[in-house]
Design a protein around this ligand. Structure first.
Ligand SMILES: Cc1ncc(COP(=O)(O)O)c(C=O)c1O
Length: 492
């Protein structure tokens, strides 16, 4: 089959055209049985392919027909031996990837700054995480990835680990030397699993970091929906056989996936793959050019800094995806969140994320010159607005501080399922936390179950909340109370 073909999307369209009398789910039957306002808004075409796994349409749980063909084409495009489609986002693909290689009690080497789906899979599987400290960038106040040397040290101390997990590239577009990490792990016969949520484009252009499959990794969960043009919630899991088994992956994927798989999401994966495989290079080339032009212009604005190739050359900053515009606003004396709100309220601009010191703007294959101009003009206005004090005094840059990573006292699973109690957040220093606490986006936990709460980390959480950033995870959304492991006092 050729990469210009879309067996799944084409098969669905042909099925819809035959217009069969439907006596099956979904009950709206091409939209006829649903609220007319919604039906008219979504449109007939989309609703005609909102179908489920009836025999002619194959089944994601045991693909043999059009889904299998579409997955095979995706495997070819991404340089994998097998590709599995996910209708449960990259979170679903990540959980499958991890749960197909670890059993209860097994060790898995992971960076501490992982997405919550990774920690969720660790809790559910009962695996024990061996954490690697990510490299901290104290200028930007962010974490990068892990280094080959730290992976080597982790494997020397834990040669019995069942997998090494790498985030490549990070949310901010920075990657480590993945090939070297793969070589090190493979010398111990340990598979490398890659969280490639932010790297669907990198496989299709040589000015991008190496993709997981190019670097020889064993599995990669790749968000086609984030940047590759498929619909939200659709993603893929690529695998190279050898150290991991495709059959096991299919079994676990099926265990974790709804039986009502969305064919609209699946079809969007099929067509996104076609576009990336057939036109990817040229559209990504254009995107990189636009992003580099934007970067250059932003760096001419006083007190703003847009990260570029100058940060490369260290072990954790081996390569970068230039389409991510990570903009440090701290020299304006404001937080990233202040900048996010100002851009929203004054310029109708929505950024991808903000943190205490930065905003992240994504330039994608959808962008063009006009969008770049709008962003640059808004950033200029923002710098003028915040960049001068009434008395003409220079603004004070925000000091950057990144808290230490808390110490893990119990396995996340033991802590999550332990006997717990809720205590006031303010009084929790020294106790072992039993729930997750994170800022979303990016969804990286500040605390994971089993870690010892420190005053420094509590202060960081308070600072984050005061800055307006969305702290999520605890059962008490107001964070007045926090769940910790119950302490048992000796009976007299
Ligand atoms: C690094 C990373 N991994 C995994 C995910 C999960 O992706 P999804 O939202 O598709 O489930 C995200 C989402 O933001 C992420 O940032």
């Amino acid at each position: 089959m050729s990469q210009h073909e879309t067996p799944l999307f084409t098969g669905l369209k042909e099925h819809a055209k035959r217009n069969p009398y439907q006596f099956h789910i979904p009950g709206h039957k091409k939209g006829q049985g649903m609220d007319p306002e919604f039906r008219d808004f979504i449109g007939e075409n989309a609703l005609s392919i909102d179908l489920i796994n009836i025999a002619p349409l194959d089944d994601l749980h045991q693909p043999k027909g059009m889904i299998k063909k579409a997955q095979d084409l995706a495997a070819q495009a991404f340089g994998a031996d097998h590709t599995f489609f996910s209708v449960q986002g990259t979170s679903g693909a990540i959980m499958t990837m991890i749960m197909s290689v670890v059993s209860p009690g097994d060790k898995i080497i992971v960076p501490r700054n992982v997405h919550k789906s990774i920690m969720t899979a660790i809790v559910f599987s009962g695996a024990t995480p061996v954490f690697i400290h990510p490299e901290i960038d104290r200028d930007l106040g962010i974490s990068h990835g892990i280094t080959p040397q730290s992976v080597k040290r982790a494997l020397e101390q834990n040669p019995d680990a069942k997998a090494v997990l790498v985030i490549n590239p990070t949310y901010y577009g920075i990657s480590a030397n993945l090939s070297e990490i793969v070589d090190i792990a493979h010398s111990y016969h340990v598979p490398v699993l890659v969280d490639e949520a932010h790297g669907v484009l990198i496989h299709f252009h040589d000015k991008m970091p190496l993709s997981a499959m190019q670097a020889g990794a064993d599995m990669a969960a790749t968000s086609v929906h984030k940047l590759g043009g498929s619909l939200t919630g659709s993603s893929i899991l690529n695998i190279k056989e050898g150290l991991v088994s495709a059959k096991r992956v299919q079994t676990i994927l099926s265990m974790l996936t709804t039986t009502s798989t969305s064919y609209i999401l699946l079809a969007s994966l099929d067509t996104a793959r076609k576009r990336l495989a057939t036109e990817g290079y040229s559209i990504i080339e254009k995107t990189i050019k636009l992003a580099n032009e934007a970067r250059e212009k932003i760096n001419q604005i006083p007190l703003l800094y847009c990260v570029g190739e100058e940060i490369l050359g260290k072990e954790a900053t081996y390569d970068l995806d230039p389409t991510k515009l990570l903009i440090s606003v701290k020299d304006l004396g404001i937080t990233g969140y202040d900048a996010e709100v100002w851009l929203r309220e004054e310029n109708n601009i929505e950024v991808e994320l903000s943190d205490l010191y930065n905003i992240l703007c994504l330039i994608t294959t959808a962008d063009h010159e006009k969008n770049i101009m709008v962003l640059v003009q808004a950033l200029k206005k923002m710098a003028e607005h915040f960049g001068k004090n009434p008395g003409g005094k220079p603004v004070q840059p925000l000091p950057v501080h990144v808290p230490d990573i808390p110490v893990l006292a119990l396995s996340p699973r033991d802590a999550f399922y332990a006997d717990t109690e809720s205590i006031p957040f303010e009084e929790s220093a020294g106790r072992i936390i039993a729930e997750f606490l994170m800022v979303y986006p990016p969804g990286i936990p500040i605390f994971i179950p089993g870690e010892i709460i420190t005053q420094e980390n509590l202060n960081y959480v308070k600072e984050t909340i005061e800055a307006g950033l969305p702290v999520q995870g605890p059962e008490d959304p107001d964070l007045k109370m926090i769940k910790v492991i119950k302490e048992h006092i000796a009976i007299r």
